[in-house]
Design a binder for this molecule. Structure first.
Ligand code: SAH
Ligand code: SF4
Length: 337
């Protein structure tokens, strides 16, 4: 047993072979509070604590190895049980919204050409408890996390089972109790995964990294588009929306001179037809080894003017945490194995 996280009180009762079921609930609530040292679980009898120490020496499998702060973002570097490294970020908004940005994989198999995580390739999937433990670590920064976005390292829909298990843990009323509409899965556009989400109809929000609404260009910069081209993606989004009834976010990472032309804006407006969505414009965050450039302010303005004239609703996400490389697409770790 590597970790006691991502388990319900009932599961804990079984795993820990507890005689009294209320003790499982007590241990569960200590874990939720981030207490992983059995001796600090003061309402648990010493005999039970000693037993736990002997049979389950570690309640948590990962640890924080580095903390970096920049204005409204704090990035944590987390070491996993096999010494792999992942990152997670806490973002604070003006209106006191505290968002945990969580990783789902070590690296990513999707290889999008503008993204740092993509350059790592896929090292491995995270287990459910490793996804949940990021919340434990982020809560040492602030206990009142209100939102979760699966926008850290990795493609969440490429690690579907553990992702779903972590989501139900985040949602559990005795636990973190985060409502589904406050959680967002961000995907590069894995159509089968989106369809599975539609079937499950959890009420969770969806964000899609569109980046380009031109099929050929998108295939060049995002390999996933070669398997699931734009028309298929749009079809999947329409069904998702039909079931879910909520606005979808289209993330549009702006690459200077690549997807910021008048033509690109027109294609984007075409793609949004028939979808209830908002486009989230994210100026590309520079990554040394990649050859793109961030758009200039006047380029961004020209593009947003174009979107205004086409009646496309958008938000311009100002880059948070760029100086600590905790911004979108800047997350990558070198593996020490
Ligand atoms: N794999 C998922 C979630 C993680 S990526 C996905 O692709 O949606 C999170 C967001 O960062 C995506 O919207 C992606 O388009 C964006 N992104 C990736 N690299 C970036 C970069 N260098 N600058 C700005 N945004 C980037
Ligand atoms: Fe993976 Fe998302 Fe980066 Fe693409 S943008 S490589 S899917 S993490």
């Amino acid at each position: 047993m590597k970790s006691l996280y991502a388990k319900s009180p009932a599961e804990l009762e079984k795993i820990l072979k507890l005689e009294k079921s209320y003790q499982a609930k007590q241990i569960y609530s200590w874990l939720i509070k981030g207490v992983t040292d059995y001796d600090k679980m003061t309402n648990i009898p010493k005999k039970v604590r000693d037993d736990l120490k002997e049979h389950f020496p570690k309640a948590i499998s990962s640890k924080i190895v580095k903390v970096q702060k920049a204005d409204s973002a704090t990035k944590l570097l987390i070491e996993l049980y096999d010494e792999s490294l992942i990152e997670c970020v806490m973002l604070t908004d003006g209106d006191n919204r505290k968002t945990a940005c969580i990783s789902s994989q070590v690296g990513c198999a999707m290889g999008c050409s503008f993204c740092k995580t993509g350059t790592m390739g896929l090292v491995r999937n995270l287990e459910d408890f490793e996804i949940v433990e990021q919340m434990v670590h982020l809560r040492t920064l602030a206990e009142d996390i209100t939102h979760i976005v699966f926008m850290g390292m990795g493609e969440p829909l490429h690690n579907f089972g553990p992702l779903m298990s972590a989501i139900s843990e985040f949602h559990r009323s005795e636990g973190y109790n985060i409502s589904m509409r406050r959680m967002t899965i961000s995907t590069s556009g894995l159509v089968p995964g989106i369809n599975k989400l539609t079937e499950l109809n959890l009420g969770i929000r969806l964000a899609v990294s569109l980046v380009s609404a031109n099929n050929e260009l998108r295939s060049n910069i995002m390999k996933v588009n070669r398997s699931y081209p734009l028309p298929e993606l749009k079809k999947a989004l329409i069904s998702f929306q039909h079931t879910m009834g909520k606005r979808i976010t289209l993330e549009y990472c702006m690459l200077s001179g690549v997807n910021t032309t008048k033509e690109s804006a027109k294609e984007l407006s075409q793609f949004t037809k028939g979808l209830m969505c908002v486009v989230n414009l994210i100026p590309w965050n520079p990554i040394d080894e990649l050859e793109y450039e961030s758009p200039t302010e006047s380029e961004i303005r020209a593009f947003t003017r174009e979107l205004d004239s086409l009646n496309v609703s958008y938000t311009l996400r100002m880059t948070k945490g760029r100086s600590i490389s905790g911004a979108c697409g800047q997350l990558a770790t070198s593996t020490r194995r």
